[in-house]
Every structure is written in C-alpha cells, then in structure tokens.
Design a protein around this ligand. Structure first.
Ligand SMILES: [Zn+2]
Length: 647
C-alpha cells in the first residue's frame, strides 16, 4: 500500500453551520463537479489527445467527477437532517444520472474510443479501455439512428414502469380485522400498539411489523392464513400488466444490442457471465439444500402433527409459526437474555477492536471533524504497521426523522492513489441501548462493505476504486465478516452484560443452532424467487401466476396458497430483474473464503492479511474470480457452502 498525503474532504463547518451552509455547499460541489466533467468530455470530443493513455486518464477523471457528485447526492439525500438539503442532494444525483446517460449515447466519444490503439497499454489501462468500450456497446451507441431512438424510448418507459410498479406495491397496504382474543400469542408490546377499534376489532395490516409477528406468534391458524393471503395478494392485479410490459421491453432492449435475452445481457457484466448459468446455479443450490430441507421439515412436521394429527405437510401459513415453536421448545434461546450482552457502545467498540486487529488497522477518532448530525462519529483509518493514513469513515448508526430506514454503506468519496482519499459512511438504525444479535450481525456485515471501500481505495483508476467488483460478488466480503459476529471467542471479547460478565459459549452455540434450523427451506425459498426472476425474463410467460405456481412446487418447501399472487408484489423483479440469484451466489463464495480461516482462531492475522491484500485491496482492478483464486490458491467451489447448509 502506498503512503497517502491526501487530505479528507472538508465538509461545511459543522452542524451549527445550519441548513443554508450545507445547501450552498451541496449546490456548489454539484455544479463544480458537473461543470468539470462536461469540460473534460467536451475537450475529449473536440480535441482528443492522440495518446490512448491520456484519453483514458481524462475519461477516468470524468468518472471521478461524476462519481463524487453522485456519491454526495446519494449520501446527503438519505442522511441530512434538513429536508431542503436532502432535496438539493437528490437533484444533484438525478443530474449525474442524466449526464451519464447522455455520455453513454454520445456518438463522438464512442468513435473516439473505438478508434484508439491498444498498443503498449499495461494490463490496468487495457482493462479500463475494454470496459469503456463494452459500456458503449451495451448502451447501443453503435446502432443506427432509428434503433438508438427506440432504445432511448425503451429506457424512458422502463424507468416509468419501474416507478409505477414500486409505487403500486408500496401503496397497496391491505388489512384484515380480527377480534382481539384471536390474537393470543403475540408479544405484549405488539398488542398494546394494536388496540381494538371500530366494532371491537383490531386492524392487522400487510406491513412487515404486523405480518412478521402475526405469522410467527399468533396461535389462531385462520388469522395466520388470512394475513398471509392478504400479504401475498398485494399489488394484484394492478402490477401484472406493468411487469409483463417491463419484461417485454427488457427483452427488446437486450436483443437490440445483440443479446439472446435480458438475462444474457444482464449476466454479461456479472461473475456468472452467461444467462443459462443462472438456471444451472439455481438447480445446484436447490440440490444442495434438498437434504438439509428434508431433515428440518421432518422435525417441523413432527411438531405440527401434535396440533394437526393427520397433516401430510406444513402449510405456507403455518411455516413461520411452527419454525418458531421448534426453536423455542427444542433449541431454547431466550432472546431477551441475549440482548443484555449487546449494549450499543460496547458493540461499537468491539467491532472496531475486532476488525482493527483482524485487518491490521487503527481507527483514530477525529473529534473535531464536521458532521451532518451530532450522532455521527468520525475515524481516520490508519495502517497499524506503517502508520499510513488509508481513509476516513463516518458512523451514523441511530434513527432520526427523514433518515434512510435500512442499513447500508454509502460512499462519500472514492479513493484513487495520488488523487483522492477513500471516505465512506455506515448508515444504520440501531438502538442506542441494547441491540438484538441480528443487528450486531448486520453491523459487521455493513462494516465489511466499508472496509472494502477504504482498503480498495488505493488503486490507479477511479473506475476500479473500492467496491467496484462484479455485482454478484459485492456481498461476499460482508457475508464473510458476519462469521466474526457468531464466534464465541470473538463475542466474549466485547459482549458483556451489565455486570461485565461475558456471554457464555453455550449460549452462543445455542444461538447458532437456532439460526441453523430452517436454513435448507430458506435456501429453497430463495431459489424459488431466483427462478421466478430468471424464467419470467427468459420465457415471458402469458400467465405469470401459473408459471409461479409451477416454480413454487419445484423449489419451495411450502405449498402454494390458493388464490394468491406473490409475484405481483415481488419488488426485486424491478431492481434485481433476472439476477435475484446474486445473494446466494456471493454466499457460496463467502463460505468458501471463510474456509481458508482457522475456525478455532479467527484472529489469525496471517490469513486475514492475505485476504486483505488479495481480495479487498485490489478493488475492481481484477475479476472477482481471480481475486478469490489469488487468495484461496484455487478456484472457488461449492463444498464449503454445502457443508454449512448441512450443518
Ligand atoms: Zn450487503
């Protein structure tokens, strides 16, 4: 790693600078970045350098400028406490998106790159040139005027359809009304928050905070069934024609730029490479999960038959409830007790301690840094051995009004050697007091993305900075880091209760067993969804419900609930399109990466150092398959994943 003398990006004075100061800063950074990008692009078009490397340098500078504006827009649009600042930030992000689309369809730039000579380029420059040419080809800029006009129209309509589909799903909140005594089994705090209304009935909606606990805890089987029925009909029938049009347009776009179908087009830029490989992967996972699924289903059915004596299988509406019962009765984990070991301040310290030791890093708290909210803490990331500054991280970990509702890593700046220091932000919504263990796992997961962003932020090209690997690999480093939040020895180093007693190894092992139960069925459900995402795009069936039912019977552990249309609210058909397999794909690789570590000594810094240098530090400068092989000393395999499923 090269020593950096770069300075972090100065943010507006501090919280007290007020919204106006921030708003002006966002506007200025967006205008400056967009103007600079336009100036460089115009120069390239009108007076292109004859040297290929110089053309690439300038094009990468355009990427860096646009990336900076997009990152700032996305981050502050999601975290700034002031609504006006968020709106300005969102607009900046939209402006970048518009400019990027224009550039991707710019005939002059396309011809410039097509005509460049590859002679004498080093492997990184050649890699960049190949990717830039591929971007242009995928955009369809090389097609005739009529085709390009059609592509533009398709893109616009697809954006509208995406928005209409998401809105239709989001707005279609259904509900059932139930007599209070039929809600026995639900936690007291949930019941308190759901008093009886008109006619003495309680309203239960199809939002997650209602559906999930009702399916898990409600003793009344008919209530569980009614809620699931309403839940699985959200969006239907409104979204079916929208989805069909979307699948048709994606198919048309893919064929216009030379692919057999949308899945093939989408897979070209992923690790999986080819469309049909998705179907093979789904079947491979389904086969690996079959045994573990059967084993858990036998346990589940045995318990189910105590209540429903002649049942042949557990219904979809009863699955969560009986899984929960088996966990409680047979695996005995008291989640109330588990929480007492995870006080937020100790967890945050533990996370920094564990990852610092593992990756050879030091996190120096910067107490005088400017931040957008007083909750945010800031650290400079330093290489512990050399003392070199590697980047800056911001931790924004508690909920507040108007803030992003999930957990994610956001970029503030991408790191490019000699040009810009990598800076990233963790945005989460954790309690300030005791945390659920699930949330501890999420924190480690998201921190995995942050470390990847910082360590991978010392490459030579903006295009390859940080988490710039293939999209179906991106989750693997984070999924692997989750293992450190499940290890008894690691947890005992920071998870202590109010009396400073560390969590017991027995309790952690029981937590793991409880988490393992049902994994096979879960993997099969994921493959059912992945198969829908793939086959809907490849086959574009006339009757989506009929095809869904077939795929459910083929893959899912749970039988189809008559009269429901789950696909109609399957939001990932929008964002993931044909590639819902990706989470399972990266999990296979995560388990294989983890197999290189000694499970009895997760602080083995030799292995961790090799992982840091060979998988994280290269960012996107190599194909993910090569990064993994460089670390493992062999190509990745399925074995570790299959062993984990069977555990
Ligand atoms: Zn993730």
């Amino acid at each position: 790693m090269t020593p950096e003398t770069l300075e972090p990006l100065p943010l507006p004075a501090d919280v007290t600078a007020g919204a106006d100061g921030w708003d002006a800063w966002v506007r200025d950074r967006a205008e400056t970045g967009l103007a600079r990008a336009a100036e460089i692009a115009t120069g390239l078009r009108e007076a292109p350098p004859t040297d290929t490397l110089e053309v690439l340098r300038r094009w990468d500078a355009v990427s860096l400028q646009l990336g900076n504006v997009a990152a700032m827009g996305s981050l502050l649009g999601n975290v700034h406490p002031d609504e006006a600042v968020r709106t300005t930030a969102e607009k900046a992000e939209q402006d970048v998106s518009r400019v990027s689309t224009e550039l991707s369809l710019d005939r002059g730039l396309y011809e410039l790159f097509a005509g460049l000579s590859d002679d004498g380029l080093d492997d990184q420059a050649l890699r960049l040139l190949t990717k830039v040419r591929r971007d242009f080809a995928r955009a369809g800029v090389d097609r005739d005027d009529e085709t390009r006009a059609r592509i533009t129209a398709i893109q616009e309509r697809m954006t509208e359809l995406d928005q209409e589909f998401s809105k239709a799903v989001r707005d279609d909140v259904r509900s059932i009304r139930v007599a209070p005594e039929r809600l026995d089994g639900l936690p007291a705090d949930w019941l308190d928050a759901h008093p009886a209304g008109e006619g003495g009935l309680v309203t239960v909606t199809t939002d997650y905070p209602d559906v999930v606990p009702v399916r898990q805890f409600c003793h009344d089987a008919q209530v569980r069934r009614d809620v699931l029925d309403a839940f699985l009909n959200r969006g239907y029938p409104t979204t079916e024609p929208l989805l069909k049009e979307l699948f048709d347009l994606r198919h048309e776009l893919a064929t216009l730029v030379g692919f057999a179908d949308w899945a093939a087009y989408d897979a070209e830029v992923k690790m999986i490479g080819e469309g049909p490989a998705i179907a093979e992967f789904i079947d491979k996972i389904a086969a690996a999960a079959a045994g573990p699924m059967e084993r858990d289903l036998a346990t589940l059915l045995e318990r189910y038959r105590q209540d429903v004596p002649d049942a042949e299988q557990v219904t979809a509406a009863d699955a969560s409830y009986y899984e929960e019962l088996v966990r409680k009765e047979q695996l005995q984990v008291d989640s109330q007790k588990v929480r007492t070991y995870f006080a937020f301040p100790k967890v945050r310290e533990g996370l920094l301690e564990v990852t610092g030791r593992l990756f050879g890093l030091r996190y120096d708290e910067v107490t005088d840094a400017s931040v957008w909210d007083a909750d945010v803490t800031v650290y400079d990331v330093v290489d512990a051995a050399s003392g070199d500054g590697l980047g800056r991280i911001y931790l924004d970990l508690h909920p507040r009004d108007g803030k992003y509702k999930h957990a994610a890593q956001f970029t503030l700046t991408d790191g490019v050697v000699g040009q810009q220091l990598p800076e990233g932000v963790l945005v989460c919504n954790f309690s300030r007091g005791l945390m659920e263990h699930d949330h501890v796992v999420t924190l480690f997961h998201e921190f995995g993305h942050l470390v990847h962003h910082v360590l991978g932020g010392h490459v030579g090209w903006a295009r390859f900075a940080g988490v710039a690997t293939e999209w179906d690999f991106v989750e693997a480093p984070s999924q692997m880091l989750e293992e450190w939040a499940w290890d008894p020895e690691i947890l005992r180093s920071f998870a202590t209760d109010a009396a400073d007693e560390p969590i017991t190894t027995e309790l952690v092992e029981a937590m793991r067993a409880s988490d393992d139960f049902g994994k096979g069925a879960q993997a099969r459900t994921q493959m059912f969804y992945a198969a829908m995402s793939y086959w809907f795009h490849v086959e574009r069936p006339a009757d989506l419900t009929a095809r869904m039912v077939e795929l459910q019977e083929q893959y899912s552990a749970w039988p189809y609930l008559d009269g429901t249309h789950m696909f109609a609210s399957f939001g990932h058909l929008s964002g993931y399109s044909s590639a819902y397999y990706t989470y399972a794909w990266s999990l296979v690789i995560a388990k294989d990466l983890f197999s290189a570590f000694d499970a009895r000594d997760l602080f083995d810094t030799g292995t961790a150092g090799r992982y840091r240098d060979r998988v994280l530090a290269p960012g996107g400068s190599k194909d993910a398959a090569d990064l993994v092989a460089d670390f493992l000393g062999r190509p990745y395999t399925f074995d570790a994943y299959a062993a984990w499923l069977a555990r």
